[in-house]
Design a protein around this ligand. Structure first.
Ligand code: HEM
Length: 354
């Protein structure tokens, strides 16, 4: 994975053994499955529960949504969805817009070069701090940001008037569940979104046609606003092409390469018996790069998303009852990331073109 050859390795396996094969990973028997039917099986089977490395559990806690199954999973998911649902997010669009403007002013305007990846991480961190922790810019947010790895200690230092805590009581979340899941959502949303934005910027810098179409769409929205007026929820709906570019980027470089499930009981797929305790591994890029599903899969073509995509073929956000709750708006291990952080040169747009 570190050599970024994970996909080639999986492709090699598929060529050799077909879409279902058995391997031993970290000493545990694991079934690797690929294809839309396999995706449906993995995402919809309640006997298959996510299996995280113990290091993740140690850092994020035992009561995160990804550790839970059955009724507990439903309860915690309902609480998370409460603050990611459109009615709630609508109120945050102006805040996010403010964060982005501030970020551009501080880090991009009048610069000749910037390194994109750390900037996108910083921006995503700021937005999530504001949304999940209700933490405005200032020493507390900086304190939390300085050491992301020390997040747990940082969180306890933050006064718990977090938007997320409002769900205590109403949804019956314990304090442990609130803290574990606030951190989980922060980690889940942070790396994935910042990686997507970094790769979008890299792509747009090299693809003039797509870049011009995105800029045109954004400028049309900008023209309809009074100076300084914030973006609204309706404006986001106008960003259709920009969103298709994001989806195409996620198809080609899904931040979450794949993930593990553990069989809670014996299950069967396509005539193959998977015993209780075995792991199942799904990989999104295998269906994303299947020429029978996405013609010319190596061509960047956002217009593919103008039509609806057949079920279980585009799984950058997973699917089924555990589909990413952030999908309208974890982790390639290691996540794809430009080795130098993507340093780029900026070319100012002529003033009369703004
Ligand atoms: C480009 C951005 C993102 C990508 C590609 C992404 C991808 C995914 C994927 C593939 C899963 C399913 C994992 C599995 O089934 O094994 C997932 C789950 C999850 N994601 Fe995201 N995610 C993104 C952004 C976000 C954001 C912004 C948030 C929150 C603000 C978030 C919160 C979560 C949570 C809480 C889960 C667990 C859901 C459950 O188990 O029911 N994600 N994400």
């Amino acid at each position: 994975m570190r050599a970024n050859t994970g996909e080639q390795w999986l492709e090699g396996r598929i060529r050799k053994y077909g879409p279902i094969s058995k391997l031993s990973l970290f000493g545990t028997p694991t079934i690797f499955l690929t294809g839309p039917a396999a995706n449906k099986f993995v995402f919809m089977n309640e006997a298959l529960v996510p299996q995280q490395p113990s290091s993740i559990t140690r850092i994020l806690g035992k009561r995160t949504i990804i550790e839970l199954a059955g009724e507990d999973h439903k309860r915690v998911r309902a609480a998370i969805m409460q603050f990611l649902k459109p009615d709630v997010l609508k109120n945050y669009v102006g805040k996010i817009d403010w964060e982005v403007r501030h970020h551009l002013k501080m880090n991009w305007i009048d610069r000749q070069t910037v390194t994109v990846m750390p900037l996108m991480k910083g921006l995503t961190f700021d937005i999530i701090c504001s949304l999940i922790f209700g933490l405005e810019r200032g020493p507390q947010r900086e304190g939390l940001g300085k050491d992301f790895a020390d997040m747990l200690a940082g969180m306890w230092a933050v006064p718990l008037n977090l938007p997320f805590t409002h769900f205590n009581g109403t949804n019956g979340l314990t304090d442990e569940e609130i803290v574990d899941n606030a951190m989980l959502v922060m980690v889940a949303g942070h790396d994935t979104s910042s990686i997507l934005m970094t790769f979008m910027i890299r792509h747009l810098a090299n693809d003039q046609v797509t870049c011009a179409a995105v800029v045109h769409e954004q400028e049309e929205i900008a023209k309809s606003k009074a100076p300084g007026e914030s973006l609204t929820w309706d404006d986001l709906y106008k960003m259709k092409h920009t969103w298709q570019v994001a989806l195409e980027m996620l198809r080609m470089i899904p931040p979450l390469f794949g993930n593990f499930r553990k069989a809670l009981k014996d299950v069967e797929f396509d005539g193959y018996h998977i015993p209780k305790g075995w792991r199942v591994f799904w990989a999104s890029s295998m269906t994303h790069m299947d020429a029978n599903i996405f013609q010319e899969p190596y061509k960047f073509d956002p217009t593919r998303f103008e039509k609806s995509i057949p079920p279980y073929c585009f799984v950058a956000f997973g699917s089924g009852p555990r589909i990413c709750p952030g999908n309208d708006t974890f982790v390639r291990d290691p996540m794809p990331s430009p080795s130098q952080g993507l340093p780029i040169e900026l070319e100012p747009k002529p003033k009369n073109d703004l």
